[in-house]
Every structure is written in C-alpha cells, then in structure tokens.
Design a protein around this ligand. Structure first.
Ligand SMILES: Cc1cc2nc3c(=O)[nH]c(=O)nc-3n(C[C@H](O)[C@H](O)[C@H](O)COP(=O)(O)O)c2cc1C
Length: 159
C-alpha cells in the first residue's frame, strides 16, 4: 500500500467537529474530536475514537460519562480552544463557561446542541480507543443552526 495514497484516500472521509467533555470531581478533560459517528438506533449508540494518551481517554477509562458538544458552523474558534490541554477553573473549561449536565458531564454554553452518554464498551486499537457510547440525555438549543464540518475548516485529522 502506498502511504501517500492511503493518506489521500482516508482524508476523503467526511466528518463533523465536536468538543467531547468529561469530568470527575476536580479532574476534567475536553477535546475537539472528529472521529465520531452514530452506530445504532436502538439503543442509541455512538462510537468515538479517542487518543490513547489523552486526558479524555483517562477519564472515560475511569467510568466518566461524556458530553458531546456539537459545534455551530461559526464556532471554528471554539474548536481551536480544545486542541489544547484542559484547564478547569470554576465553571469554565479553557475559559469557556459550562453547566453540569444530567450525568454531571460539562455542557458548553453557546453550542447549538449536545448529548450526554455513558461508555458501554471500549475497543482498543492502535493509537486510539473506540468508545461505544449510549446516548442518555439530549439538549437542543438552536434547532436550525448549521453545524461545523471538517471540510470547511481546512483542517485534517486522518490519513
Ligand atoms: C482537527 C483535529 C481533530 C481531532 N480529532 C480528534 C479525535 O477524533 N479524537 C481524539 O482523541 N483527538 C482528536 N484530536 C486531538 C485532540 O483535540 C487533542 O488531543 C486534545 O484536545 C488535547 O487533549 P490532551 O492534552 O489531553 O491530549 C484532534 C485534533 C485536531 C487538530
């Protein structure tokens, strides 16, 4: 397999952009992710690949629930905020205000929609682990918002 062609082919997959957040007490993790997809209607399952050496991975492995904050088309800057290591200060994550969700996972203020989920399975594979998540709570703040798509950002995470 040609490494360059493999990269070009895998980069033709399409994605959205999300900020996944989790918290146990004073330990919090937030990461901008794109490797995420719905995986079942009943029960409602979503799969998300999480970098094995990340703070989010550590918290999900310890049983934290997760909030997936769905970004609006105009929230590229918010995505950038969560490429960096997470700082929890009061009720902010990297300076962005949040409220506790029903499961305790942090819901970022100002996103058009979010869901909370619990980990039901994890599948380690290479440098990322696929977490299978069951959606247990949903939040719809702006039903008509256009969402942020990876292709429109000019960024790539894949290949
Ligand atoms: C465009 C882009 C997409 C990303 N997608 C993912 C992803 O799908 N899964 C993931 O675990 N990390 C992804 N990352 C990396 C995380 O955003 C980054 O590791 C995390 O915010 C930093 O957390 P850490 O300091 O705990 O590693 C992506 C980074 C970029 C720049």
């Amino acid at each position: 397999m040609d490494a360059q062609v493999k990269k070009q082919v895998l980069r033709k997959l399409t994605y959205g952009l999300y900020v996944a957040t989790a918290r146990i007490g004073e330990e919090a993790a937030a990461a901008t992710v794109n490797w995420l997809s719905q995986a079942s209607f009943t029960p409602p399952l979503v799969m998300m690949a999480v970098k094995a050496d990340s703070g989010l991975h550590a918290l999900l492995s310890k049983g934290a629930t997760v909030a997936v904050n769905i970004l609006g088309a105009d929230q590229k800057g918010l995505a950038e905020t969560f490429f960096r290591p997470t700082k929890l200060e009061g009720n902010t994550l990297n300076g962005v205000p949040f409220a506790d969700g029903e499961t305790g996972a942090p819901l970022l203020t100002g996103v058009p929609a979010a869901f909370e989920a619990k980990v039901v399975q994890s599948v380690p594979g290479g440098d990322h682990t696929v977490f299978v998540l069951e959606v247990v709570a949903v939040h719809l703040n702006d039903p008509d918002a256009k969402v942020l798509e990876m292709w429109d950002t000019g960024w790539f995470y894949g290949g």
